[in-house]
Write a protein that binds this ligand. Structure first.
Ligand code: S3P
Length: 464
């Protein structure tokens, strides 16, 4: 529906998305039948948001094709519009007119609302270090519970000031004309945190900013390299060392956003756990910092293949082939893989619940800091479907798999923070395990994957 609109304004698009009436829960009573199909999923969310922010700072008009039209991305565009950036969104592309570093023009007492998006809230702050009129940043109920200290700390070090409420949103940020480069150590393995420092350095800090960070998704680094922004990267076993020379203007650029592996992941697991099915998912971003889900599933016995691998502006892209697999085996998941599969952990818990043996996942403190407490949700959902679990301190889970698990009861999922990934993982569970499910908050998919239910239907999934 959204994509059928030609030459639309952002406001109309957002209203339309908001008006899609999906407030009623969905009911699933039947497992999905076997299928053999080729599908596409929507554009990568991390790349869509990074494209928009970088394009807003470039010199000239940048265009992205296949930009994700989800609320997280549209909220990012809406914030940029409020900062005076002109944006044209058509059926085919998103065009952003950048006027160089620090060229935002905005009124007094501005409020920017990032909706549900941690990436948008955190990264937008990092573009405001030289913006000397105070700006309020806020978000929805879920985002207002999330930690902002992780970016406040480095951005204060650069020289920005914050008025904050316990390090959460809403907060007020005030930039300065005296922003200085920093040396910073990022310890969470958070790409948002790393990218906030990188963007802050690029846009506002003359001189060399040095960053030592735990490895995490590296889209920002790849984009910086593609845009010839002065960046040096050295990798060791434990840390990445990044240096950026700030205040370097760069030219506008075009970008074809590949599909999001975090969206594709729902269909990898759906196919793997369905009977006699096969699926190809086209043009997926298989950046190795994002493909933990594939590595882990293959270690559990899946045979997921990457076909027609190619490089695009530093990113790796492929068509992914997956087929059903019985007799999956449990995994003792190496903590090093956590950041490469952080958004897919609940799907992995689901696979572990039908794998043979006891699976172990550790070092997942960050999982309870997402759109909702996803580690806690993992325990809740698995308990509900009769899977034994054990807590490992406050950061891990042991899952006692039941390879012949077949559900027959009624299951109700109500999730007041409306976490999109919880909704989608429950739909996949219902489609492959049976039982009768009532899952609330289908509207949550608008955050990252508005066409999720359409793709489920395309594969033959029945829902009301
Ligand atoms: C993202 C990074 C990850 C991920 C989020 C998107 C990004 O968060 O969970 O969905 O685009 O940089 P952290 O960086 O906080 O781990």
């Amino acid at each position: 529906m959204i994509l059928a609109l030609e030459h639309n304004t952002l406001a109309i698009l957002l209203n339309l998305i908001n008006n899609i009436s999906m407030s009623k829960p969905i009911t699933i009573k039947n497992k999905i039948k076997n299928f053999k199909k080729k599908i596409s999923v929507e554009g990568d969310k991390s790349l869509s948001i990074r494209f928009a922010l970088l394009a807003s700072q470039a010199l000239g008009k940048s265009k992205a094709y296949n930009l994700l039209r989800s609320e997280d991305v549209l909220n990012t565009l809406k914030c940029l519009k409020k900062l005076g950036i002109s944006i044209k969104l058509t059926r085919k592309y998103c065009q952003i007119q950048g006027n160089g570093l620090n060229s935002y023009v905005y009124k007094n007492n501005l409020t920017l609302n990032a909706g549900n998006s941690g990436t948008a809230a955190r990264l937008i702050c990092s573009t405001l270090l030289n913006s000397t009129k105070e700006i309020k940043i806020t978000g929805d109920n879920s985002l207002q519970k999330r930690d902002m200290k992780r970016i406040i700390e480095p951005l204060e070090k650069f020289g920005a000031s914050f008025k904050r409420n316990k390090g959460t949103l809403p907060l007020f940020i005030k930039g300065s004309n005296l922003i200085k480069p920093i040396n910073y150590q990022e310890v969470l393995g958070s790409a948002q945190c790393k990218s906030a420092v990188m963007l802050g350095a690029l846009i506002s800090a003359p001189g060399i900013t040095k960053l030592k960070c735990k490895p995490s998704r590296n889209h920002t680094e790849l984009l910086f390299k593609h845009l010839k922004i002065p960046i040096k990267i050295k990798k060791t076993k434990k840390f990445d060392y990044i240096q950026i020379r700030g205040k370097h203007n760069f030219k506008s650029f075009n970008y074809k956003i590949p599909s999001d592996i975090s969206s594709a992941a729902f269909f990898l697991v759906l196919t793997l756990l369905s009977k006699d099915s096969q699926l190809i998912i086209k043009n997926v971003n298989i950046n190795p910092t994002r493909t933990g889900i594939i590595s882990i599933l293959n270690m559990m016995g899946a045979k997921i293949l990457l076909l027609n691998k190619r490089k695009y502006k530093g990113e790796l892209i492929a068509n992914i082939f997956v087929k059903s697999k019985k007799n999956l085996k449990a995994i003792n998941c190496n903590k090093k893989l956590n950041s490469t599969a952080i958004d897919e952990m609940l799907l992995l818990f689901l696979v572990s619940s039908v794998a043979k043996g006891v699976s172990t996942y550790k070092g997942l403190e960050e999982l309870n800091k997402k759109e909702s407490k996803r580690l806690d949700w993992g325990f809740k959902i698995l308990k509900m479907i009769g899977i034994k679990t054990k807590k490992i301190s406050n950061h891990g889970i042991k899952i006692y798999g039941k390879p012949n698990l077949k559900l027959k009861k009624k299951y109700i999922i109500k999730n007041y923070l409306k976490d999109h990934r919880i909704f989608m993982v429950c739909v996949v569970a219902a489609m492959v395990l049976g039982g009768e499910w009532k899952i609330y908050n289908p509207e949550s998919i608008k955050t990252s994957f508005p066409s999720f239910l359409q793709v489920i239907k395309k594969l033959g999934g029945k829902l009301n």
